[in-house]
Write a protein that binds this ligand. Sequence first.
Ligand code: GUN
Length: 292
Amino acid sequence: MSSYKLIDGKKISQDIEKEIAEEVKLLKKDKMKVPHLAAILVGNDPASHIYVENKVKACHRVGFDSTLFKFSETMTEAKLLKEIERMNQDPDIDGFIVQLPLPDQISEERVIETITPEKDVDGFTNQNYGRIISPQPGLLPATPFGIMELLKRYKIKTTGKHAVVVGHSRTVGAPLGMLLSHEGNATVTQCHVHTHNLESFTKQADILCVAVGKPGLITGNMVKEGVVVIDVGTTRVKDPSKKSGFRLAGDVLFDEVAPKCSFITPVPGGVGPMTIASLLLNTLKACKQRNE
Ligand code: GUN
C-alpha cells in the first residue's frame, strides 16, 4: 500500500488565475485590450447553468470582460449559427464558448464547426484538434490542456510511461490521448466503451486517465501499485444529505483505488477547476494573438 498524494486542481487553478490576473494588470497598465470571453447558453439544463456561471465568475476574478448570452430551449439551429457568425465578427470578443449539451434540434457538430478557430477557446473545432500535433498548436482542448498542466506542475513524468486513457470523446478522451503521446511522449493506449476486458489494460497503466461518466467504473483490483490516476468523471448523483440534493461522483472508486496510487485527483477539486483555468489561458492567448 503506497501513501498517495492528492493532485489539488483547485490550488493549481488558483495559482494559474493569479498568474493571469498579473498579466491582465500589465495589459491594463499598457492600455492594451483586456481579454473578453463570451458564453452562449441554450436551454434550461441546471448543471450547464452552474458551469457557465462559474466561467463568468472566473472571468471577473482575473479581470477579464465577460458576456453571457442565454437563449431558450426551443431556439433553432439557424438562429444559433447566426449568433455564432456574429460573435466570430465581433472585434471586442476574443474568445467564446457554446455550452454543451445542446437541445436535440441543434447539431453540435455544425455549431462547433461554425466557431472560428481563432476564438474557439474550448479547443473543440477540427482545426484546433488537428493542430494538437502541429509544431504550432492552436487553442488546445481545455480539459486535456488542464490535465497536462496538472501533470507538469506536479512534476509527474510522462515520457516513456504507459498512459491508458479510458474514453474517446471528442472533448476529452481523444484529444487527451493525442496530447499525452505528442507533447507528453507517453505510450498511449486508448480504451473506451467498446473495449473488451478493460481491466487487462488499466492494470498496465503507469498513468490512468478516465473520462467516461460512469461512477465507480474503476475499482481497486483494476490498477497496479504506484499508478497516477486522473479522474475526469463528474456525474451528478442524488445525495439527500447535501443541501443541493446531489453530489459529484468521479469514474474512479476513490476509497479502493487511492491507497494503490502515487498520485490521484479528487472529485470534485481535481480536473474540474482546471478546465476553467485552461479556458482563461486560451482566452488570454486568443486575445494576445488577435491584437499582435
Ligand atoms: N459541457 C461540459 N463541459 C463542457 C466544456 O468544457 N465546454 C463546453 N462548451 N461545454 C461543456
